[in-house]
Design a protein around this ligand. Sequence first.
Ligand code: SIN
Ligand code: FE2
Length: 226
Amino acid sequence: MQPTTFDLFADNEPLQQARTEQIGEQSWVLRGFALPRVDQLLTALEPLLDAAPLRHMVTPGGFSMSVGTSSCGTLGWITDRSGYRYSSVDPLSGLPWPGMPTVFADLAHEAAEHAGFAGFQADSCLINQYVPGAKMSLHQDKDEKAYAAPIVSLSLGLPAMFLFGGFERSDKSRRTPLLHGDMVVWGGVDRLRFHGVLPIKPGHHARLGERRINLTFRVAGDPAKV
Ligand code: SIN
Ligand code: FE2
């Protein structure tokens, strides 16, 4: 059962430490970090997905991704037959991506700070929706202009098995389950580690039904301009 009263900022070091798992030199899983803000996050998400609906993007190799994807913020990550890149407009509408809600930006900033990365200001939030069977193959996040800022990820809904690997695709990866409200932050020496998600198991989440939503916050553009 999820604790309902987890106060992140209580003077309770042992509790915080117990819920913070180190998965790399500068990589952390923050268990339940987002739980106090799930309502606000989901309320903010709804209009975003109305404005920029989830879609199954195509990889340069011609495969349709199993996750449904959208973005908010000044830059959104896209892929099509011509490659992976960031775009300031949603190719579906030709309009700028919806702005990043304050509740998203604040949460990402606080999670990054908690993991030792002060001053994180995301300019991009990738929204991935997984239904049972959907997965994310091992990859590096390397389409950003610079790698000084960490990656901050939030999991909502159905559980996932997260793979956190090394610097070569073939390196052994660590498996860590990610549950509703968990956040992962990786940066610094770990910034370019391969990572992915095993196929989501069938299930029903009380809040989100038969799906998992992952929000990935990044500094994708010129950090000086964020
Ligand atoms: C990603 O790496 O883009 C997604 C990771 C996740 O869904 O947890
Ligand atoms: Fe990624």
